[in-house]
Design a binder for this molecule. Structure first.
Ligand code: IFM
Length: 437
């Protein structure tokens, strides 16, 4: 790798992230069924109908995985807690085994000198709540607040930081407008409700955690650079709309108490009743913002219903996901978010990385170049006084890449999904060296 830890400010946190459904194995420890189990069991949704019942079996192997995280030289580890593991029906009954698991997990991080960076929800909604309309239901934020109280009542005294919801865009738009993630809806009204409720749930959870005396609370959003396909006004407008629902909707709610006007053109008739009154709650102060960044999209105008645009293939090199590699986008978002929204609040890159084909035993040069280029972008933002305080590799382990099943490998550590053997990749060894310098 080109980067060295010593090039970053004193105290800068290097971390790696995973998420519960993607690695733990929801067939273990009394976890309830999630809407990802039913989504995956429906033909056409997930490659080979793969699911997270076993995943990486992190539930039984977390000590080994955290040893590897420690040996990589990380300062922190970003993990998520599964609502369905802690409260198998989403409400009411608490699964003591689930709470014990997260208790042991957090202690195991602390024993290894890793700061626990928690996320409350990384998409494994209990099916009992999906049956009640999931994120479309206005009571969902209250149920989420109850879950927050239960899990953080147990581990909140030891986590370093917590963000309620990973990537609100995926929970809202990707899952309810595009239908690519559970629950697989394609409905504008469902989307407007889900996108608003996810922010209300964020606010409720932050308030609950403040009530528990927790500090260092944030939000984690994902960003994609919207590149107009050409210089036309129509292409600029199409890319602007993509930017609005992807990048500006959630930031607008969290930091400005409003949603982008061009979104409201289509969303206004579909918003939940009384939505304008929720912004005080949504804007409950937070201590930092996390940015997840991977790629850009090239956007062209298209015929059809709003938003009347299409993604077209771009010219840049691509990852195993088919995503263009565009590190300039990371620099753009760090500077733009700081200047326009967070204005001095600490920022973290909470996910960044690339999927690369199964290279066991071979060089992993594309991943190293991707990471070096994005770390350069982070460094140049810091040099321009963006208050960036940490960077997180996605992901520690190869894992369940949602609708793509187990084929797309984002890990610094290879997982053989037959034997579950872990093997550090060349990029893991190169990063360990860079972090020691
Ligand atoms: O694997 C996902 C993760 O769950 C959320 N952020 C993006 C990653 C790569 O697609």
């Amino acid at each position: 790798m080109r980067f060295k830890r010593s090039e970053f400010p004193e105290g800068f946190l290097f971390s790696a992230a995973t998420s519960s459904y993607q690695i733990e194995g929801h067939g273990f420890g009394g976890a309830g069924k999630t809407h990802w189990d039913t989504f995956a069991a429906t033909p056409g949704n997930v490659v080979r109908a793969e699911h997270g019942q076993r995943a990486c079996d992190h539930y039984h192997r977390f000590e080994e995985d955290l040893d590897l995280a420690r040996d990589l030289g990380l300062d922190a580890y970003r993990f998520s807690t599964s609502w369905a593991r802690v409260m198998p029906e989403g409400r009411g009954n608490v699964n003591p085994e689930g709470l014990d698991f997260y208790d042991r997990l957090v202690d195991a991080m602390l024993e290894r000198g890793l700061k626990p960076q928690a996320t409350l929800y990384h998409w494994e909604l209990p099916v009992a709540l999906a049956d009640l309309g999931g994120w479309r239901n206005p009571d969902l934020p209250n149920w989420f607040a109850d879950f927050t109280e239960v899990i953080m009542g147990r581990i909140g005294d030891r986590v370093f930081s917590c963000a309620p919801i990973n990537e609100p865009w995926c929970v809202g738009w990707l899952s309810h407008f595009m239908g690519h993630h559970a629950p697989g809806l394609r409905d504008i009204r469902a989307t407007a409700h889900a996108m608003h409720h996810v922010l209300v749930a964020h606010g409720r959870a932050v308030q609950v955690m403040r009530g528990l005396g927790m500090k260092n609370l944030g939000a984690v959003c994902n960003f994609e650079y919207a590149q107009p396909v050409d210089n036309s006004a129509a292409a600029a407008e199409a890319a602007g709309l993509y930017d609005a629902y992807y990048n500006r909707f959630f930031l607008g709610g969290l930091f400005q108490g409003s949603y982008p006007e061009e979104m409201m053109v289509a969303f206004a008739p579909h918003m939940p009743q009384g939505w304008e009154d929720d912004f005080d709650l949504i804007q409950t102060p937070i201590d930092w913002l996390g940015l997840n960044y991977y790629t850009r999209k090239v956007i062209a105008p298209a015929d059809g219903a709003w938003p009347a645009h299409a993604e077209v293939e771009g010219p840049l090199n691509k990852t195993q996901m088919g995503w263009e590699i565009y590190p300039e986008g990371l620099h753009h978002f760090l500077a733009w978010v700081h200047e326009n929204y967070t204005k001095g609040l600490p920022l973290y890159v909470t996910e960044n990385g690339m999927a690369n084909a199964d290279l066991l035993g071979r060089e992993d040069t594309e991943r190293m170049a991707y990471l070096d280029d994005h770390l350069d972008a982070a460094k140049s933002a810091i040099a321009q006084d963006v208050p960036l305080e940490g960077y997180t590799f996605w992901s520690l382990l190869d894992n369940y890449e949602w609708a793509f099943g187990y084929e797309k490998r984002f890990g610094l550590i290879h997982v053989d999904f037959d034997t579950l053997k872990r093997t550090p990749k060349a990029s893991y060894h190169a990063i360990a060296k860079a972090l020691s310098q």
